[in-house]
Write a protein that binds this ligand. Structure first.
Ligand code: SF4
Length: 195
């Protein structure tokens, strides 16, 4: 009989153990790695302006991004897999940001935080990059000026969903990035005439 038969009734104990072990290893390879990776994102903060303050607040005790396993801010790109670009980027700074992105470990993801990083914001001048996505593959845009920490956390959760779904696809395969936009979930209530 073939050693690798699949009929469980004809399997020896050794074959059963090997098959179960193989199933377990495959399960961890497919699901476990992604699960571990999504819960241990290491952000590279690139904070150039006021959005950086909200990024700091996201890491502090009130919002505590450690709940999502993403509190280990690395200031070395080689130890990071999530670039958070917070604030406006001057055109002279863009080559630096690109180099940081290239030095980051694969697989890697990018969050564009705030109006300035995503579009240039109110700084419609030749000196400010009108959206980092012209030069970097952005996976998630976080809107706002500045975005509140809750919105950034929603962006990090969107990256987590991506990691869970996409696995360890290298950034070169994702080309221009996934370009998801975090939608504000709150409802604005307009004051009534009586108020
Ligand atoms: S989006 Fe607003 S808060 Fe953020 S860097 Fe630009 S001006 Fe500052």
């Amino acid at each position: 009989m073939d050693k690798f038969q699949t009929d469980p009734h004809n399997m020896g104990n050794d074959d059963l153990v090997t098959t179960r072990l193989e199933t377990l290893v495959n399960f961890f390879r497919e699901k476990g790695v992604n699960w571990a990776r999504k819960n241990s994102l290491w952000p590279m903060p690139f904070a150039t302006a006021c959005c950086g303050i909200e990024l700091m607040a996201t890491g502090a005790s009130r919002y505590d991004v450690a709940r999502f396993g993403a509190e280990v801010m690395r200031f070395s790109p080689r130890q990071s897999d999530l670039l958070i670009c917070a604030g406006r980027v001057a055109i002279k700074m863009m080559p630096v940001l690109q180099r940081i992105y290239l030095q980051m470990a694969e697989p890697k993801w990018v969050i564009s935080m705030g109006a300035c990083a995503s579009t240039g914001g109110v700084f419609d001048t030749y000196a400010v990059v009108q959206g980092v996505d012209q030069f970097l593959p952005v996976d998630v845009y976080v809107p706002g000026c500045p975005p509140r920490p809750e919105t950034l956390i929603e962006g990090i959760m969107a990256i987590q969903r991506l990691v869970e779904k996409e696995g360890i696809r290298p950034s070169a395969e994702r080309e221009k990035g996934m370009r998801h936009v975090v939608q504000p979930t709150y409802q604005l209530t307009m004051p009534t005439a009586a108020e």
